[in-house]
Design a protein around this ligand. Sequence first.
Ligand SMILES: Nc1ncnc2c1ncn2[C@@H]1O[C@H](COP(=O)(O)OP(=O)(O)OP(=O)(O)O)[C@@H](O)[C@H]1O
Length: 268
Amino acid sequence: MSARNDSAPLLRIEGLGIDFGGLRAVNDVGFSVLPGEIVSVIGPNGAGKTTLFNMISGIYLPGRGRVVLADEDVTGMAPHLLARRGLSRTFQNLQIFQTMTVLDNAVAGHHLHERGNVLADLFCLPGSRRRSRASEASARALLDRVGLGRAAHHEAGSLSYGALKRLEIARALALNPRVLLLDEPAAGCNAVETEEIDRLIAEVAAEGVAILLVEHDMKMVMRISNHIVVLDHGEMIAEGDPGSVSRDPRVIEAYLGTQATEAADAER
Ligand SMILES: Nc1ncnc2c1ncn2[C@@H]1O[C@H](COP(=O)(O)OP(=O)(O)OP(=O)(O)O)[C@@H](O)[C@H]1O
């Protein structure tokens, strides 16, 4: 992976923190994500990764610090406003409508950022029909991009888990993001599905999208990340390129050591 370039960050996190009662769930976290870069956040269970994502994507109001999106302070901004500014995310648990078709799921992603007139949509007025055709065409293009073009008319519930994960990414891409937050995109996937997701993430990054990733699959993280941020008990204990992070004694002690032990246990 290349060294970090000197372009301006699309996402900048500064001193971000939040407490839940007496618990410092996240404290003084700061890093940036450049265009085309894949930055991963890793750490043991309960380290604060999802909480950090929830603050960046407007689900939790940070108690401290700032979130800066392409030079605009967007701290605490609601998710739909962030989406309009180009920040989009997926969730750890799939947010797919299982009984709808794959295409309808992708179209639903478009509606999140279309400023349609609900009444016009309800009565199927001409403007809304035009909009629907446009969003269907874009949704089809997105499905092709994530390798699901042929499954457009299948019920989403019939897809393999890896395909569902790609559908979830397609929905987030429908917002045409400049910054994409992916929460465990490979969780529950087998090795082949993980590689497909890898490739898709790398392709999206190559288009200049800044990608922030939370993932437990260390092989994937080490393979695709340009930069890694390590959390432990809500604090940032290390950051750097995959090579330096994987050799960092604090990281090995807090996280990679346990991962290695778990992997060894699983093989016994
Ligand atoms: N809404 C909440 N209310 C109270 N405590 C919370 C809340 N959300 C998270 N926490 C606590 O904050 C800490 C960080 O949790 P978080 O889910 O962010 O960790 P994580 O790194 O994402 O873990 P995992 O890898 O298991 O998903 C944990 O101690 C958790 O119990």
